[in-house]
Write a protein that binds this ligand. Structure first.
Ligand code: MIC
Ligand code: SF4
Length: 646
């Protein structure tokens, strides 16, 4: 029996466990990436491990999320990250160099390697044939220190691509189709492996669009093979020596399989407020558009930008539309500037933003009240744009650019001939905005601004876990709900006490006050609780507010790992109907919590207010059980090293 791509890479990197789906394994991590909004916390945690220098093959710290510098906080965090990176052996990608995933794809990703990133869109690297996984900052900090990364061996789902995309149909439409089929929770516990004759027709940046937005499936990651197309891309980046061929065996076995016929795909859009709410653009109709935003780690490559420039050339943006464009990296922006495409965009009336996340994470360009905003991004959760009433549609760069001209959502097939863009034989390579770390042994002073506050650390699990229900929320609550991010809050990612005042406020503005007044308690959630971002702030902030457990119908992968790392109990209703029996302020208690967790059996929670028992499950590996008992990963690691020193 042959191996698929995922098994091949995992086998090469396996440190412990067996490659049986659903069982815990640990793998060696070759590369890590962090970005600034999760990076401050990750480096504070790395410092707490006491390890002097990273042990990975390459670790890169990017500054891309938080670049407005509306106050000293951003700039201070950048300085902290630059100095801490230099001291500990991490490359530093300066603000302006581009969005972490785009730059990593261009300059650092290597087929067959493992990459762990403190950002949920790290799977972008899967476009190059990497096993690239998003995780919480603490997991990345631990991996930088040379420890393996623990995960559940995923099921591998093959997406068989046949045929070729028609003109005006884009890679974005492929991933939107996968989302339509599988939904935002359809990928949990799986890696999506792309295969089939359609693969070779897709360039690396197109593949990366697909693996990037695979994060929205809840998947562990997504991956493409490394073939001649990958070779051509790396060669054009001056990195052909990084290429290896990586294909699945011809008799590889997959747990699931779906086929997508590229010939049959049409331009699609994800309607408000979920990336899986997908419909054909022509069926949605010609709704009036107020804003168009092109960019983000999903669609900001040179090829995407050139298509947009060609569509805009000689045209004028509709008077009622604000068009903003953020090329994904300095390389892309520089090439557009050199070949005149940037001038075509500017002449058409586009507002050019710096190469950063920008509006994708609500850092500016919040739409007007009730506005329709077309975005080439990957998430359209309610309020994420900075405007709660905005209606955000996720579309391809082609649909976005054409609609910016017409002023209404437009199927680009009505617009004439599709622009043709060839993959350049050579990209413009200039890594002068990547600062290498200081040589080993050189003194480096780490500069900390006043905005950096200590992060909360839990205590050992007590025998009696008791508290009130402080909030009850529905299905698909995102980490953007739990810990919102926008231009006002992003500068405070290293200040948990301040952020705690905003925890879950999109669901209930009174939650933080209630949590504090009651000395903490429980959160009740629906399905897919914690989908979206990898931000561990969505666990650290509840920890700060005294949250002891979250009882939900199901959890998203990264958030559940972050809860465990913080020592917060992620409990799953054994009988979903029990969700209906619990109300706000119900007093819950877990007696003999330590023994119950140790037993590995379902846990009984007593609802003292209603007088009934609720059975919940907690799905933990042996190691995770120890982490929960110790009160989180940092305590667990400390305990291990103390025991080791005895
Ligand atoms: C996102 O797209 O939601 C983010 C902002 O990039 C996050 C990381 C963060 O919250 O800092 C992610 O995807 O993990
Ligand atoms: Fe940045 Fe948006 Fe990509 Fe997150 S999804 S890394 S905010 S561009």
């Amino acid at each position: 029996m042959g191996y698929n791509l995922v098994q091949k890479i995992i086998k090469e990197h396996l440190v412990s466990g067996e490659m049986i789906a659903g069982k815990e394994i640990s793998i060696r991590i070759d590369q890590t990436l962090t970005q600034d909004s999760t990076g401050t916390m990750a480096y504070l945690q790395f410092e707490a491990t006491g390890i002097p220098r990273v042990k990975t093959k390459k670790s890169v710290a990017y500054i891309d999320h938080n670049t407005l510098q509306a106050g000293f906080e951003n700039a201070d965090d950048h300085r902290y990250i630059q100095t801490v990176a230099s001291k500990h052996g991490v490359y530093f990608s300066r603000p302006g160099n581009g969005i972490c995933h785009q730059v990593h794809l261009e300059r650092f990703g290597i087929p067959g390697m493992t990459l762990l990133g403190s950002d949920s869109h790290t799977p972008t690297g899967g476009g190059l044939g990497m096993l690239a996984i998003g995780a919480g900052g603490l997991d990345v900090a631990v991996a930088m220190g040379g420890a393996p990364y623990y995960l559940m061996m995923p099921k591998v789902c093959k997406v068989n691509l046949v045929g070729e995309l028609k003109p005006w149909v884009a890679a974005k439409d492929i991933i939107l189709e996968v989302l339509r089929i599988m939904s935002v929770k359809g990928g949990v516990g799986k890696v999506i492996e792309y295969s089939g004759p359609g693969v070779k027709s897709l360039t690396v940046p197109e593949r990366a669009t697909i693996t990037n937005m695979g994060a929205e499936l809840g998947a562990t990651t997504s991956i493409f093979p490394s073939d001649e197309v990958t070779y051509e891309f790396l060669k054009a980046q001056g990195r052909e020596k990084d290429w290896i061929e990586l294909l699945p065996d011809s008799d590889a076995v997959y747990e699931e399989e779906i086929t997508i016929n590229l010939n049959e795909l049409e331009p699609l859009a994800a309607k408000p407020h979920s990336p899986d709410n997908v419909e054909k653009v022509k069926d949605i109709g010609k709704i009036k558009v107020n804003q168009v935003a092109i960019g983000s780690c999903t669609n900001s490559s040179y090829m995407d930008m050139m298509k947009v420039a060609k569509i805009l050339k000689g045209k004028t943006v509709h008077p009622d539309v604000s068009l903003v464009i953020a090329p994904g990296s300095k390389q892309v922006l520089n090439m557009l500037a050199q070949n005149g495409a940037l001038a075509d965009m500017v002449a058409a009336g586009a507002r050019i933003l710096e190469s950063a996340c920008g509006p994708c994470i609500g850092m500016g360009q919040a739409p007007s009240t009730n506005a329709v905003s077309l975005r080439t991004f990957n998430r359209n959760f309610e309020g994420r744009s900075g405007t709660v009433s905005a209606q955000v549609y996720l579309v391809s760069p082609e649909v976005a650019a054409v609609s910016a001209i017409t002023g209404v959502l437009t199927d680009p097939r009505e617009f004439g001939e599709a622009p043709k863009v060839e993959m350049p034989a050579e990209f413009l390579v200039n890594d002068n905005m990547v600062v290498p770390p200081a040589p080993e042994g050189q003194e480096v002073e780490v500069v900390r601004g006043p905005n950096i506050k200590p992060f909360p650390v839990n205590v050992e699990l007590p025998d009696k876990v008791k508290g009130k229900v402080l909030i009850k929320v529905e299905d698909n609550i995102t980490t953007d709900h739990i810990m919102p991010s926008n231009a006002k809050l992003l500068p405070f990612r290293s200040n948990i006490p301040y952020l705690s005042e905003f925890c879950l406020t999109p669901c209930d503005p009174e939650f933080p006050r209630r949590a504090k007044e009651n000395g903490g308690g429980f959160i009740i959630g629906g399905h897919n609780y914690g989908q979206g971002s990898s931000r561990e702030h969505a666990a650290l902030v509840p920890l700060y507010l005294g949250i002891k457990g979250v009882i939900a119908k199901s959890f998203a992968r990264i958030h559940m790992a972050n809860l465990i790392n913080s020592g917060i109990l992620p409990l799953i209703f054994d009988n979903e109907q029990d969700y209906d029996t619990i109300d706000m302020y119900d007093e819950l208690v877990i007696e003999d919590a330590v023994d119950q967790i140790k037993s590995g059996l379902p846990i009984i929670i007593k609802n003292l207010t209603k007088g009934n028992d609720i059975k919940v499950n907690i799905s933990l590996s042996d190691r995770q059980r120890e982490i929960i008992l110790a009160g989180g990963l940092l305590n667990y690691t400390k305990k291990l090293s103390e025991n080791g020193n005895k």
